[in-house]
Structure formats: structure tokens, C-alpha cells
Design a binder for this molecule. Sequence first.
Ligand SMILES: *Cc1c(COP(=O)(O)O)cnc(C)c1O
Length: 719
Amino acid sequence: MLQVDEEIEHRVAPRERALPEPLRALGRLAWNYWWSWAADGAAVFRDLDPAVWEECEHNPRRLLAEVTEFRLMQMATDPVYAERVSRLAARFDEYMADNRTWSGHTDKKITWQNPVAYFCAEYGIHNSLPLYSGGLGMLAGDHLKSASDLSLPLVAVGLLYRHGYFRQRLRRDGWQEEHYGETHPSVLPIQQVKDEAGVPVMIEVMMRGRNVRAQAWRVDVGRIPLYLLDTNITENEETDRWVTGHLYGGDRETRIVQEMMLGIGGVRLLRRLGIEPHVFHLNEGHSAFLTLELAREVREAEGVSFDEASRKVRERCVFTTHTPVAAGNDEFIIPLIEKSFGSSYEESLGLSHEEFLNLGRITLNNEEELFGLTPLAIKMCRSTNGVSRKHGEVSRSLWQKMWPSRSADEVPITSITNGVHAPTWVAPLIRALYEKHVGANWAEIALKPEEWQKGVEKISDEELWRAHLLLKQRLVAFIRHRSFHARLSNNESMDYTESARTMFDPDALTIGFARRVAAYKRWSLLLTDPHRLLRLLNNEERPVQFVFAGKAHPQDQGAKFILQQLAQWKYDPLVRHRAVFLQDYDQEIARQLVQSVDVWMNVPRRPLEASGTSGEKVAMNGGLNFSVLDGWWIEGYDGRNGFAIGNEVEGREAAEVDESDAESLYRVLEEEVVPTYYERDVEGIPRRWVAMMKRSLETLVPAFNSDRMVEEYAREIYL
Ligand SMILES: *Cc1c(COP(=O)(O)O)cnc(C)c1O
């Protein structure tokens, strides 16, 4: 039973305690996620009380509520700490007050009165706000942060999932179990949206024959407001309170009503707030119903036909597709559409039942077809784009059937390659090198390839290598810490639990592999030849070690089986010091890994990796990519800035491709990656390796950061 949890809320809600004067600014900083990407931001909160910081999962509001009075006074009377707090606060105020609007355009079409409205089903802003499952959410989070840094007026709309995405635990036998935490708005930097009279704003959407109401919450991401709809209120029937219960957790019916709430409810919320967007960005098809709501509004205001109304809607809507497989696109059986919408919605659009259903079909009047959100979005938006050049090409053939008279080349689907938010993903230690050699405004310079390259050239091999080694030591400590506690809580044997304290070697070549456990990601490719793999792990002079992490979809038994197979190795004396699986892959684990590994491996089945972004995070920190040429890596790889697996032959039998890719994977590891890494000069520095690290930084950072991406969206899509 879902309660409004007033009791729980009361119990966990932090007192807004009065902070001692030197630390007062922390109260303000805690309410805007800007701190999470500001230099020294996370460290200032952590240092207030590192143990409490860990306990409250890096949530500053809880930290400030739970830190003891004594510790608070200790830090308030520490002048060095107080100075850090006041410097951080001064930078925050400066950041927020900077009202230059985005420099890339002068015609001022996009303003705070007419912003970009960005719709997405998930957001990965920070680990303390568990409203994401993976890459799509992370990308959305990075999009907001870059829009903030670039001062691009944008408001974001999503859902507040009471239970977010599942958390993963592996049993002793390696089988994945899922459990759900609970997101309490009262302990997070989330404010309820209220009107001028202080009354909570509510919107209403008719679904399944009932009016479902939602309240709204606001999260500040730098200058960008993120609005989250929430149906968990007493006025709603029990079932309807679960509409925003779980992210991707429910059945098809839950999915469609969530998407109605996001799309239709989202537009209604913006109206209540008096926001008139210049453009609506549908980031993936989940929010496609918003186009119908806009058409309904136009008809209501102007009394025009649906065709006329949808022409106007198209001028204001743009769509990004993220899925290179037909099956990955959201579609619904017709009875579910009928049950969820009833007949009044199509009437308000001036459409017959058949016309309404045709909106979600590729071929008109084809009764065999399901109602697809991607066809709907493509029809109702003035532009559609994929997320890498290759993915643009793949999407053109995938959706060519919507333009039967055109060849795939002529299909109007473009691409903007995904990027990641550098200040979020770059380790403080590497950031300090950028600040020193590239300049305090390194993140801006990162957009100018030549200037950036000059700066990076100034970083000496020794400095870069030393910083990287320190980060690797941190990673090994992190792995030992996490593994020890995981073993302890699994009641593993004393000996096995204790051995976590000495596992892994900071000097050994360390390869990271962390991603969803989905078939196309080919987790088992590395295990194709176990003996060859064991030889790599146990080579005395030149050992290789592997860090794995990733979640299997709760219903995907095959994926869970792969995880279990991998876990079976955990007791093997030939493996257990050199390979580890970290449970519950999330933003925090991702950060630890991408900042510290030597090599990041990715082996998707071509061409199914739409873009991939985790390798871009690694590149910003000096790690090298070792990947199949797919998604972003086709554009990034230049022969000298990382390693390529496989060749570009497509269209053979999957098993044959797997076999040849596995062979290539082992061979490149044995003949290129390992020898280059272990080739040292008299000072112990791998010069050729470090040259590749620098080449990777120089060539990849300017191209694959989200400031470049958001600028491109602004110039080429929004305007
Ligand atoms: C970056 C990131 C992803 C996306 O990774 P890819 O496998 O490259 O698509 C997924 N999950 C988390 C937690 C991330 O940080």
C-alpha cells in the first residue's frame, strides 16, 4: 500500500536547522544541484562530515539535517573551511546572476518567456535523485547542465517516480535481485510548485475514464528548472497514485498512462506556469502524446481542423530518437490505447477513431499495426534526429517506410552526436590540470579544438601519468571497500570476505566494462575463450584486471543468467584477485570507473549502439577507449587515440561476427593494448601510452562534450 507517508515524511524530513553564520550559505547551496559540478562543490559538503555524507548518499539536505551540532561548530570555527564555503557561495551567486543569454544567436527567439521545453521520461542529475535508469537519463541530465552553463533558456519536464529505478543486489549464487528505495521529496532539494497564493499547483489528465490529478515539484539544475509531475496524492484513486510509482517498472498499461501524464500533463503544467515554449523537444518518444495536447489546444483556441492544427504543432516540435532497433520503440496494442484515452480525447481533436489510430501507424488503416510513439512523433514534429552519424543513417533506413516514395538517403532524419558534461564527469585531479594548463575557463576552451589542443600539449607526461595513477589507486581502494562490504552483507566466508582487502593491483592494466546487461552489448564476448582470458589475467609480468558493473532488466532472465555466469568466477583463485563485479551500477560507480580505468571496453553488436556515452566520459579523464567501431566511436577513433575492435563488415551471420570480433578483441589486447601499456622508460613512464592519452584528450574532448551537443541542438534544431 502506498501511503502519503505523512508519518514517514515527518520522521525523515530534515529540520531546516539554523546553520552557524560562517556556514549559512551551505543551506542555499544545497537547494541547487549546481554544487554537483562546481569545482570543490561536492568536496565542501563531503568535508563537513565524510561519514554522514556517505550515509545520506551524497544528499546535502540530509547532510545538513543529520550532521551533529558539535561537528557543525567544529567546522564553523575552522577558518580554512569557512573560507571554502564562502568562495563556493560567491561563485554560485556569480553564476546565477550572469544574465548573458546564449551567445550563439542574436535574434533572441529563445528567451525565458519562450524557452525550449525539454521532455524526457528520466533524468540523471545526481545520484541522490534516483530518477534515471541509464544512458538516456544521464544524457538528459547532461543536456540540462550544459544548457545552464551556456545560458540557453530551457525548462525541463519529467515525472517524479516515488520508487525510481530498481537497485541491484546479487545473491551468493550470483542471481540478481531487485529492490526499490523510496524517493522522499521532503529530504531532497525539491520544492513543491505553488501558485501566487501559495496553493499547490495541480493539473489533471483524463485517463482510463478517470480524472487523474498530479502535483508538481521543481528541481533547480543551475539556471535550469526541472519540473516533475507526481500523482501520489490522496485525491487520486489508489491505482492512479501508482502512475508515477516506478521508472520502467510496471506493465504496458502503467507505461501508457505514465506517458499520457508526461506528455499531456506536462503541457498543461507549462500552461499553468504561464510558459509559452518556443520549441518542444521530445527526447525519445515517451513524451510524444504532448503533440496531441498541443493540437487540441490549437483547435480549441482557433476552431481549426486537426490538419490545420497539426501543421502549427509541427512548427514547434522536434524529436530525438535513441533506438536503432524497431523493437526498442514504444508501441501499444489498440485496446490499450482505447482503454486509456476513451473516446473523448479523439473527439476533442476532431478525429474519427480510425483517424486517431492512424496517428500511431506507419501504414494508414493497417489494423495489424500497433500504435507506435515513434511514428506519432515523426509525424507531429518538424525534425527528427538520431544521436550519432551512424545512428542517423540507421534511423533513415529503419523509418524509410514512413516515406515510401523516398530512398533511405532522402529520408529527412538528421543526427547530432551525443556528448557528456565535462564538469560533471572530469575528476577533480584532472580538472586541476586543465585549470593550470588550459585556463580557468577550460570548459569553454574545450569547444575550440585548436586552443584546447595547445593547452593540453602543455600538460607534461609526468603530471598526467602521476594524476592518473593516483586515480587508479583511488579506484582500487573503492573496489576493495565495496567488495568487502558486499561480501560481508552476503555472509560470505571470512576468508573470502577478508581477501577483498588485498584484491586488485594499482599498477596492473585495468579495464572497465560497465553497462546494461542487454543482449546487443555482448557481455559474453570476453568469455568466448576462457583460457585465453585467464592467461591475460594471470600473466606475471603483464597482468590485466577487469572491473564489471551493470544491471539486467528485471524481466530479462537471459541477461540475469549472463550475470550469474560471470559471478560464478568470483571464488576462482585464478580470477578473484583480478576481476570484480560491482553491484548496483549507478552514477556514483560510473564516476569512479570512468575517472580511473586505463581502458574502457565496449563490444556492442553493430550497428546497435545508437551512440554510447560512457566511453566519452572516460576519454575526458585520460582513459583510452577499446571498442567496436559503432555509435560515437566511429566518429571519435582516428587510429592513434585508442583501440578498435573488429572490422566493418556487416550483414554476416551474428554468430560469425561474434566469433571474429572475439578473436579481434583478444588479439588487439595481446598485441597492442598490453604491450603498449607495459612498455616503460627509465623513469617508469609508458611514453607511447601517455602519448595516446594526450591524443585522446586533444581529439575527443572538444567533439564529445555536451556543450558542443547543446550548441548544435540550439543552432540546427531549436532555431
Ligand atoms: C554514462 C552512463 C550510462 C550510459 O552508458 P553507455 O553504456 O555508454 O550508453 C549508463 N549508466 C550510467 C550510470 C552512466 O553514467
